[in-house]
Design a protein around this ligand. Structure first.
Ligand SMILES: [Zn+2]
Length: 100
């Protein structure tokens, strides 16, 4: 049975030992981030293993048509960092969403 699992967006992956966020974007850029790879926590120096990775698709939408408010600038796209702990757990563990 696997140990405690945590996770998060790539720029704030929670360490399973100390719970503090790690930025793995550099590691990903070097193509060293993959399932089964081990990584060291920046904070507590303990080793964690990548057990799963999911790609999140972000969709930006805007009001279309004349009823839109007087704004010329689009709101910034939602960042993956806004993912809450519950949503992160859902992504990692694939808990099925309840549907009617
Ligand atoms: Zn740590």
């Amino acid at each position: 049975m696997a140990g405690k699992t945590t996770g998060g967006p790539i720029d704030a992956v929670k360490c399973p030992s100390c719970g503090r966020p790690n930025d793995f974007r550099d590691i990903h850029a070097q193509q060293l981030l993959d399932t089964g790879h081990t990584l060291k926590c920046d904070h507590c120096r303990r080793i964690m293993k990548v057990t799963a990775m999911r790609v999140i698709h972000l969709v930006q939408v805007a009001v279309d048509g004349a009823t839109a408010p007087n704004r010329t600038r689009l709101p910034p796209p939602r960042q993956a960092t806004t993912l809450g702990p519950a949503a992160t757990q859902r992504l990692l563990h694939g808990t099925p969403r309840r549907r009617r």
